[in-house]
Design a protein around this ligand. Sequence first.
Ligand code: ADP
Ligand code: LRH
Length: 498
Amino acid sequence: TQSLHMMAVDFGASSGRAVTGAFDGRRLSIQEVHRFENEPVQLGDRLHWDFLRLFHELKRGITKARHQLGATPASIAVDTWGVDYGLVDPQGRLIGNPHHYRDLRSEPAMKEALRLIREADLYARTGIQSSSINTVYQLFSEVQLRYEQNADDWRMLFMPDLFHYYLSGVMASEYTIASTSGMIDAAHRNWSTPILDALALPSTLLNPVVMPGTKLGEIRPDIRAELAIGAMPVIAAAGHDTAAAVASIPTDGDARYAFISSGTWSLMGIELDAPVLTEQSRRLLFSNEGGADGRIRLLKNIMGLWLLQECRRFWAMEGAAFDYAELTEMARLAPHSSSYIDAGDAVFLPPGNMPQRIQEYCRASGQAVPQSRPEIIRCILESLAFKYRQTLDEIEALTGEDIEQIHMVGGGIQNRLLCQLTANVTGRSVIAGPVEATSIGNLMMQAKAHGEVKHLADIREVVRQSYPPEIYVPEDAEEWEERYRRYDQLRAVQQAKG
Ligand code: ADP
Ligand code: LRH
């Protein structure tokens, strides 16, 4: 039988890649054809994504995929990080460069929005934890601008939708990415009119919601000509990177598991048939996002390896450049951390001097202040593992499930120390892989749209056959339980301080 050759472009918050995937009906094999940095740009008082550069990298990816395959791929789909969007005018021109979710403009906007609608009401409808990064607050901060410019005919497109629009000319909002916005009704899986009304967000901005696996259209003739390629369908696979990653978790269906999608963020959660919209899940800061198969991803956003990325960037700025393998090795050789941070605290959200912020957090909470680089990295990694343990306990409390295993996927599993720490602190086996879960999920959702696989379980079977994971078994359980208790007490004290 002939293989189906597709391509995926996965834009992460720190880097992007274009991959080709060959699916022979049983196994998928992927090849990375293009990789690039995704560096945001601070311009005056605003933090932006460099959309034009990213679109250029997308085109280079298409060219390289075509060269590697010797033919135009059978289809393409783009996935990206959540919540961000671009605005386009009726001629389809981009209104300014899309903002980065770490831009500070949405902090005051969030406060103001919450005067018009109670946070509990927002949560009861959308099931999305309140955070200044949410589309709903970003968009609210732009409403004023819209009126000034009399721009009632603009449209809002989430990042993957924006790439798809410029590839195909078709405007749509794919469900998984739209579900990150804080404007989708979790139960009805469509725009929440009461929320739009309460915040005076014009529904004319919005596009119809389409389900993952929808064929949007053909690649535009002008791009076809520019890149000298043949016809190529553009598919809305799973536009949200985390949804694509979760779709490719290689479970065997028996053990109850939680997942951690590890990259810039750590997204830790569980899959459910229906959203959990309780007061308890709201207080514990869990979100209900849309899954690639129409199920719900109940998960928590944890700062993740952003903490390490920002230290690395700062140290490089100071003239000390390290790669991630070097940083991880430094931490592996360092003694256990005597101080911890809460990897859920919003003080770590914006860019800037991260080592200093970590030190200040330790000082302010009455702990020893990590001084050296290895100490700081060790503090980050152990604190992440503790946060995972806390989150695991919360998932069990919220759902009544006994979680037996943790599946870790994404670029972050290349940090083997973090995988082992996660096993140690949670006392659960960690099943790590695949690294490129997001691209794989993207490709397999395309294969589904082509009719090559039927169900999510089939996708996972393919991934299991194609990419055997690595297993980390918990070690030194008692010591870690003791350390976790200290962390937990510290956290309780900090929380009480507010
Ligand atoms: P995103 O999609 O959010 O941009 P990725 O899934 O690509 O993130 O993961 C990036 C993270 O993976 C980096 O922040 C880094 O911590 C980690 N990482 C990448 N390569 C290595 C490596 N060789 N060793 C250890 N960690 C690594
Ligand atoms: C991870 C991610 C996460 C979102 C964040 C903005 O890349 O998509 O799921 O919350 O970016």
